[in-house]
Write a protein that binds this ligand. Structure first.
Ligand code: GDP
Ligand code: MG
Length: 160
């Protein structure tokens, strides 16, 4: 009964969140996951992953004409990343708010980038920018078998 109720909920979205190699190297994995977990979103997929160059290029294909693109691909493939799929009502825009502005010096205190980073080229985390890209990126980074459909015990205490 509850899974069907949650799936039918209006405005449910999914977003792809990724802790970039600097976040992993700096030991910020637990801290960053906590921000989304404590907010009350639903974790559907999670893995530590060494991203191949082709996947990084596909993920960032819209930026391929930017001058920083080669550096960006080098950065994302420089070490393991933590891939996550999160679900919730309004999760795409809300996660972008939790993450903060692209340039960490402009990101508000209290946001992940505002609290934990200083440079655009080392901004520790990625979040999908639209519900469409949420679907696209989750399909790109996860196999269907790596995603779990479940209802957390706290669901009735998060949503009336
Ligand atoms: P986001 O959606 O906030 O992550 O920002 P964008 O989609 O505009 O850019 C994707 C990623 O490319 C950013 O998170 C940065 O890691 C990187 N990036 C964007 N602009 C720059 C830049 O001017 N210099 C460098 N080195 N990296 C950049
Ligand atoms: Mg973006």
């Amino acid at each position: 009964f509850l899974p069907r109720l949650v799936a039918a909920m209006e405005g449910v979205e999914e977003t792809y969140i990724m802790i970039k190699p600097d976040g992993v190297q700096r030991g910020l994995v637990g801290e960053i996951i906590s921000r989304f977990e404590k907010k009350g979103f639903l974790l559907k997929g999670l893995k530590l992953f060494q991203c191949p160059k082709e996947l990084a290029e596909e993920h960032y294909k819209d930026l391929k004409d930017k001058s920083f693109y080669p550096k960006l691909i080098g950065y994302i493939t420089s070490g393991p990343v933590v891939c996550m799929a999160w679900e919730g009502v309004g999760v795409v825009a809300s996660a972008r708010k939790l993450i903060g502005a692209t340039n960490p010096l402009q990101a508000e205190p209290g946001t992940i980038r505002g609290d934990l980073a200083v440079q655009t080229g080392r901004n520790v985390v990625h979040g999908s920018d639209s519900p469409e890209n949420g679907h696209r990126e989750i399909a790109l980074w996860f196999k269907e078998s790596e995603l779990c459909q479940w209802v957390p015990a706290q669901a009735p205490w998060l949503m009336e």
